[in-house]
Design a protein around this ligand. Structure first.
Ligand code: HEC
Ligand code: HEC
Length: 259
């Protein structure tokens, strides 16, 4: 009897350790990775250009065209963005292509693409801030940005970014995108867009009468509530910190215990 109990104990422990593997399989099963890669690298017909043309083959994106890093981004978040572009809930006011591209993709193709970009494990390089400074961009101070990411700015109503983005993209947190290692130009632009979105009335959002650079597709206006109180300096500082953030930083889906 004692032997049976200890065997059962072992099985229970083995099952517990097996959980991360099962979760990984579930994450990757939302789409067909092979089909996602084909569309990503080659596009589809006349309507969908290759994603790699703007987001790069490695998924790192490009500060020069303002495109985001997609590599290893939370797949369910990617899928939601493609749906939001397709339904005009979010506007690409940088190159004005994402809405048309997303409309030309079927739901299954969106899932395939989300699954594929999630498998791209390009190292977190982030933006070259020195180069951006040389190019005349307004670049903030990463040290000041780290304080906002970790503690927020309580004196003017900004919560810590890690309180939501620190779920590592897993479990209940799969609606929160990874923001560490994201490109500087894109981060700054999105934070400004959410802040513009916070200043857009609900009536204007409902009637579609909003500026292109006002992002209002965040569930329950969570990000707008955060961005509303960010100053220009806060945005430059936190974007400078986040772009240099390493994989172990809160907000990245790649946690040291899993890889
Ligand atoms: C012509 C350039 C271009 C092409 C081609 C392109 N993208 Fe984009 N994409 C962008 C830009 C620019 C943005 C940022 C939009 C904004 O400013 O809000 C973006 C944003 C996105 C986002 C939002 C990411 C986030 O972090 O919220 C996703 C997802 C995305 N693209 C997926 C794709 C996929 C999949 C394809 C191919 C089917 C593709 N893109 C093709 C330029 C492009
Ligand atoms: C209350 C929860 C919450 C907090 C706190 C929060 N965020 Fe977010 N954030 C979200 C959600 C939810 C989204 C996804 C919106 C969507 O679905 O399009 C998001 C999206 C973003 C994006 C867009 C990412 C992309 O790829 O387009 C950026 C950038 C961002 N947050 C930065 C920050 C920063 C910087 C802070 C701290 C100053 C912060 N967030 C604090 C909930 C939060």
């Amino acid at each position: 009897m004692k032997r049976v109990i200890s065997t059962m104990g072992f099985v229970a422990i083995a099952a517990w350790f097996a959980v991360p593997t099962a979760a990984t399989a579930a994450e990757e099963s939302i789409g067909n990775i092979v089909n996602g890669r084909i569309i990503y690298q080659n596009g589809k017909g006349d309507d969908v250009p290759a994603c790699a043309g703007c987001h790069q083959v490695d998924g790192l994106g490009n500060d020069e065209v303002g495109s985001p890093r997609l590599a290893y981004q939370v797949d369910s978040y990617i899928l939601k963005q493609l749906q939001d572009f397709a339904e005009d809930k979010r506007t690409d006011d940088t190159m004005y292509q994402m809405n048309d591209i997303a409309k030309a993709l079927t739901l299954q193709e969106k899932k395939d693409l989300a699954a594929y970009v999630h498998t791209l494990k390009t190292p977190y390089i982030g933006s070259n801030l020195d180069q951006l400074r040389r190019d005349g961009a307004d670049v903030g101070d990463p040290h000041l940005g780290k304080m906002i990411a970790e503690y927020g700015a309580p004196d003017h109503g900004v919560p810590a970014c890690k309180s939501c983005h620190g779920f590592h993209g897993r479990s209940a947190g799969r609606m929160y995108p990874a923001i560490g290692g994201q490109n500087y130009v894109y981060l700054k632009h999105e934070l400004e867009s959410f802040r513009n979105g916070a200043n857009t009335s609900a009536a204007d959002i409902a009637s579609g009468d909003k500026e292109d650079n006002a992002r209002t597709n965040d569930y329950m206006a969570q990000m707008r509530a955060v961005a509303r109180n960010l100053t220009d300096e806060d945005i430059a500082n936190v974007a400078a910190f986040l772009t240099l953030a390493r994989p172990t930083t809160p907000g990245n889906p790649r946690s040291p215990s899993r890889h």
